[in-house]
Design a protein around this ligand. Structure first.
Ligand SMILES: [Zn+2]
Length: 197
């Protein structure tokens, strides 16, 4: 039966078999390395790496800097813990959690339900900028882009002498009038900047 001794904070985590002394850091490193090699683990298998991974994981979960410092034995207000909290403690937490293999699922704060068209009442998928039924713009930015594009096309049309080029401009203009919903905001931005150059 093991002899129980009162725990002291300076007690070694792993001790030698025949004396109450801690083993060397190198010995601990070798223990992890051998276990990692046997398990065919490709990532670094060192106490230092485990501490880093653990700190970033806890920070990503919103654990406070003080708790992270206590947990890892860092002194209060340490630069190391502050860095993990700063890097992983806010917007990155979902990505980091996912990187640790945690299923973060869909972001529930992001609304996904369709939006009813203000003109005809059709349910419009949230990512669409225009109602597929009546072409009502569902987005102020898309409306502004469409207006800019049609006025740029009109300006080009006025100056264009070549019949073939005029035909192309007219067809583009008609396309924007009749099927604005076929264009994404990104495409309209792109087109607008290419026409303005
Ligand atoms: Zn509509």
């Amino acid at each position: 039966m093991a002899r129980r001794t009162p725990r002291r904070s300076e007690d070694p985590f792993i001790s030698k078999l025949n004396s109450p002394e801690g083993v060397s850091n190198n010995y601990v490193r070798d223990l992890f390395k051998e276990a990692g090699d046997r398990a065919d683990v490709r990532k670094p298998v060192t106490p230092r790496y485990f501490r880093k991974a653990s700190a970033s994981h806890l920070a990503s979960k919103g654990v406070s800097q003080a708790h992270i410092e206590d947990h890892h034995g860092w002194t209060r207000g340490s630069d190391i813990a502050a860095r993990y909290v700063a890097v992983f403690g806010d917007a990155n937490d979902r990505e980091i959690a996912a990187a640790h293999g945690i299923d973060v699922g869909e972001d529930e704060s992001e609304p996904t339900a369709p939006v009813p068209c203000p003109r005809c009442g059709t349910d419009v998928p949230r990512h669409k900028d225009f109602c597929p039924d009546c072409k009502q713009s569902m987005d102020t930015e898309a409306t502004a882009l469409l207006e800019s594009l049609t006025s740029v096309l009109d300006g080009l049309l006025e100056e264009e002498d070549d019949a073939e080029a005029r035909g192309k401009l007219i067809r583009a203009r008609q396309k924007f009038d009749s099927r604005p919903d076929e264009f994404s905001k990104a495409e309209m931005h792109q087109l607008l900047s290419s026409l303005n150059n």
